[in-house]
Design a protein around this ligand. Structure first.
Ligand SMILES: Cc1cc2nc3c(=O)[nH]c(=O)nc-3n(C[C@H](O)[C@H](O)[C@H](O)COP(=O)(O)OP(=O)(O)OC[C@H]3O[C@@H](n4cnc5c(N)ncnc54)[C@H](O)[C@@H]3O)c2cc1C
Ligand SMILES: NC(=O)c1ccc[n+]([C@@H]2O[C@H](COP(=O)([O-])OP(=O)(O)OC[C@H]3O[C@@H](n4cnc5c(N)ncnc54)[C@H](O)[C@@H]3O)[C@@H](O)[C@H]2O)c1
Length: 454
């Protein structure tokens, strides 16, 4: 058995824990899947590379609005795919090689399982077994797609976000189950690239965790753009070809010969870890319980990212990794997860970004507020773009303290950033609007005007 100062399970955000503080210590990283984790290999990075290609196609399709005649001559899917993974795969390979060849770090390629609070058994991908122990262990095993039993047991071919980006040919039709982040991002990607997309959403609206006005107004746009079936579920699935399925729905329709993409949420990757063997406490949904410093219920075992966080977002996992990296070597000066204002963005069409409370959350908590909604169309750049759907909503306390900002529209993920900064700095809406100049006539004026309005 090899003993280490630090053992890290999972090379997503966990990989960044190997800071110079560990240069003279022994570190083991254990990884069962693609080196670099979800974000790099099957999450944020490839999806946004596909989103960018989709936006290029969508921009060309709408060009005539502005007097520029252009059309999409064709979509070379394999070239799009190979550009994405031709850039990503070498980074993942390089990361794995670096850890394998590094002097003070050992890499174990296999699946880790706790034997006790300091010992792990690794079922190596090459068939062997290794046992390692650590003074400190960090569990950063992330999350994985949840597939409803109805699909898993049907015996039909289906995809999740783990596989759909590597398909060989674009299908003519795609059925996407789910109405959350991944469903709406892939609907944008594949429809922009010419696939007929049907979205099967069991609820009334898309993205129901967002502010109600965003969720409602996005659902209206989505319903105009895609074949959207709200309040609908799958009744049966029948194999129609090598990678094709006939999907029967509760509205009595059947979508024939479609590629099936399941986007029904993600669950903490804990199943193989045998956390009870180490005594690590878990929430009812499987996530590992941690305190604000990233400590689990067992001294010496830490956790961060999707496997333990309240959020499944990379910028949160990165933040938590920075905190844990510090805490591992400064036991008398612990830092905390600071997650009061966690921003998020959905890279669908139109883009969506949010930070802070929704109007519904304020209502439910009985918190008094003022609200201002500013349309993109009513600021210069939105007007130039002939934007008809975008808006920015600011919620503030009666004294002007910023409580929540919600944006739907072009580059919402960028437009929102001054509000995130202001909320962290404790600036009021008035201070945020007037303490700085806002570039005219940039799109950020939509936020400036909403702040002045509120
Ligand atoms: C399609 C998609 C798009 C996304 N887009 C965005 C986005 O735009 N912005 C954003 O903020 N977030 C996005 N996310 C979420 C983001 O990817 C995750 O929040 C983030 O990657 C979580 O990082 P992590 O370090 O917690 O886990 P991961 O990166 O998942 O790393 C965990 C690693 O642990 C390994 N592992 C698991 N179990 C074991 C075991 N028993 N033994 C050994 N190794 C194990 C896994 O193979 C994996 O490599 C997206 C997610 C998906 C799926
Ligand atoms: N841009 C980003 O930051 C980004 C992008 C993609 C993913 N993510 C992260 O990944 C997480 C997972 O994404 P996701 O889209 O899979 O989850 P999600 O929670 O956003 O959406 C899941 C959807 O599936 C539906 N659903 C769940 N079970 C179902 C069932 N049995 N039948 C039919 N519908 C069902 C839900 O009602 C919901 O509409 C997100 O919560 C997010 O944190 C982030």
């Amino acid at each position: 058995m090899d003993h280490y100062d630090l053992v890290i399970i999972g090379t997503g955000s966990g990989n960044s824990l190997v800071t110079p503080d560990f240069d003279d210590k022994r570190v083991a990283v254990i990884e069962s899947g693609l080196f670099g984790g979800t974000c790099l290999n099957v999450g944020c990075i490839p999806t946004k590379m596909f989103v960018y290609a989709a936006e290029v196609a969508a921009t060309i399709r709408s060009a005539s609005t502005y007097g520029v005649d252009a059309h999409v001559d064709g979509v070379r899917w394999r070239d799009i795919r190979d550009r994405v993974f031709g850039r990503i795969d070498p980074i993942s390979d390089g990361g794995r090689r670096y850890r394998l060849e590094s002097d003070h770090t050992d890499a174990y390629l296999g699946r880790a399982r706790f034997v006790d609070a300091h010992t792990l058994e690794v079922a190596l991908n090459d068939g062997g077994t290794a046992t390692v122990s650590g003074d400190q262990i960090v569990v950063a095993t992330g999350s994985h797609p949840v597939v409803p039993e109805q699909v898993a047991l049907a015996g039909v071919p289906f995809h999740t976000s783990d596989t759909v980006m590597r398909i060989d040919e674009l299908p003519e039709r795609m059925v996407i189950i789910g109405g959350g982040y991944i469903a709406t991002e892939f609907a944008h990607v594949f429809s922009s690239l010419g696939v007929e997309v049907t979205l099967v959403v069991r609820g009334e609206h898309f993205l129901r965790h967002l502010d109600g006005e965003v969720s409602r107004r996005f659902t209206e746009v989505a319903t105009d753009s895609w074949d959207v079936r709200l309040r609908t579920q799958v009744t049966s699935l029948t194999t129609a070809g090598a990678d094709r399925v006939d999907v029967a729905l509760t509205d009595d329709s059947v979508v024939k010969d479609a590629l099936l993409l399941v986007c029904t949420g993600r669950a903490a990757s804990v199943d193989d870890l045998d956390l009870p063997a180490a005594g690590v406490a878990q929430h009812a949904d499987g996530r590992i319980v941690v305190d604000e410093h990233g400590r689990t219920s067992v001294p010496g075992i830490w956790s961060l990212g999707d496997v333990s966080s309240d959020y499944q977002l990379k910028h949160v996992a990165n933040h938590e990794a920075r905190v844990v990296a510090h805490n591992l070597v400064h036991p008398d000066d612990l830092r905390s997860y600071e997650e009061a204002f966690v921003p998020e963005a959905v890279f669908t069409h139109p883009q969506i970004a949010a930070v802070g409370a929704t109007q519904e959350e304020l209502d439910a908590a009985g918190v008094p507020y003022r609200v201002k909604v500013q349309e993109y169309a009513d600021v210069a750049y939105g007007w130039a773009m002939e934007d008809r759907t975008g808006f920015c909503k600011v919620l503030a306390s009666p004294e002007g303290r910023l409580l929540g900002v919600h944006i739907m529209g072009h580059e919402a993920s960028i437009v929102i950033q001054p509000a995130i900064q202001a909320m962290n700095a404790g600036w009021t809406a008035q201070e945020t609007a007037t303490r700085q100049m806002w570039i005219h006539p940039a799109l950020t004026e939509v936020l400036e005007n909403a702040l002045l309005g509120v």
